[in-house]
Design a protein around this ligand. Structure first.
Ligand code: NAD
Length: 229
């Protein structure tokens, strides 16, 4: 299968180098210089491409994904920071009848954390004395805060029926690849669920697994669909 890499930074380079392990041949790479406003998505580039993996910027995703969808190319979107305009992107994908997997976090264990947080929210939703918090820490170059994963975890609490306020805080320092803690603090105890990334390769492997899964599917999917969670 032929893969287009969109964004050639920390994540895009990893996706490119790990692609052969997942049975992909890299058909092309789009980066800031070759794809201003999504203009790099040309019929020539798209010929024979089965799926694209996008780890770029929010603006680039909003400009590029509709064009890829219109060209009949399935897309895996790892980029974060565009979720306020999700309806617009969904609409473009649905109109094109293509397949897209989006996830703020492609690591397997972070998706397990998501399921556990939903359950913890359910178990503590009526325990008024317990307050919930989310803390995330990332490297200083990360653009969006709070992280897409922190927002995903807050939605998991809501799905579990936890309706009280949730304190969400962010740290940006050094080289931290990504740490998320969801905590519940009661009068005499704290429950803390923490996921720590040691190597960004976990995101790249997850995105490439999603890329294999989405080829031939139509619709808007998340890692919950890919992993069957
Ligand atoms: P990065 O800054 O290292 O790389 C971003 C790349 O996007 C750069 O190479 C830049 O040139 C490129 N770019 C800019 N405009 C572009 C355009 N118009 N077309 C194509 N490429 C363009 O960032 P990163 O650490 O690789 O992260 C990228 C994104 O992925 C961020 O939004 C980050 O939050 C997200 N991320 C998601 C996951 C996940 O599992 N979903 C994991 C890590 C990072």
């Amino acid at each position: 299968m032929r893969l287009l890499v969109v964004g050639h930074g920390r994540m895009g380079r990893l996706v490119e180098s790990l692609a052969p392990e997942h049975g992909f041949e890299v058909a092309g790479v789009l980066d800031r210089g070759s794809n201003p406003g999504g203009s790099g998505v040309t019929p020539d580039l798209c010929r024979g491409v089965d799926v694209a993996v996008d780890f770029s910027t929010a603006e680039a995703t909003l400009a590029t994904v509709p064009k890829l969808a219109a060209a009949g190319i399935a897309v895996v979107v790892g980029t974060t920071g565009w979720q306020a305009r999700e309806a617009e992107l969904r609409d473009a994908v649905e109109r094109a009848g293509s397949g897209v997997v989006v996830a703020a976090n492609f690591s397997r264990a972070a998706n397990v954390l998501d399921a556990l947080v939903e359950q913890a929210g359910r178990l503590l939703r009526d325990a008024e004395a317990y307050g919930a918090f989310i803390h995330e820490a990332h490297h200083q170059a990360k653009k969006d805060a709070p992280s897409g994963t922190a927002l995903m975890l807050r939605r998991a609490l809501e799905r579990g029926g936890y309706a009280r306020g949730v304190d969400v805080s962010s740290t940006r320092a050094g080289f931290i690849p990504g740490t998320h803690t969801v905590g519940f603090d009661g009068p005499a105890e704290t429950l803390a669920l923490t996921h720590t990334v040691r190597d960004r390769a976990t995101f790249a492997h997850g995105a490439l697994e999603a890329a294999r899964w989405v080829v031939g599917r139509r619709g808007w999917f998340t890692t919950r669909d890919v992993l069957g969670l």
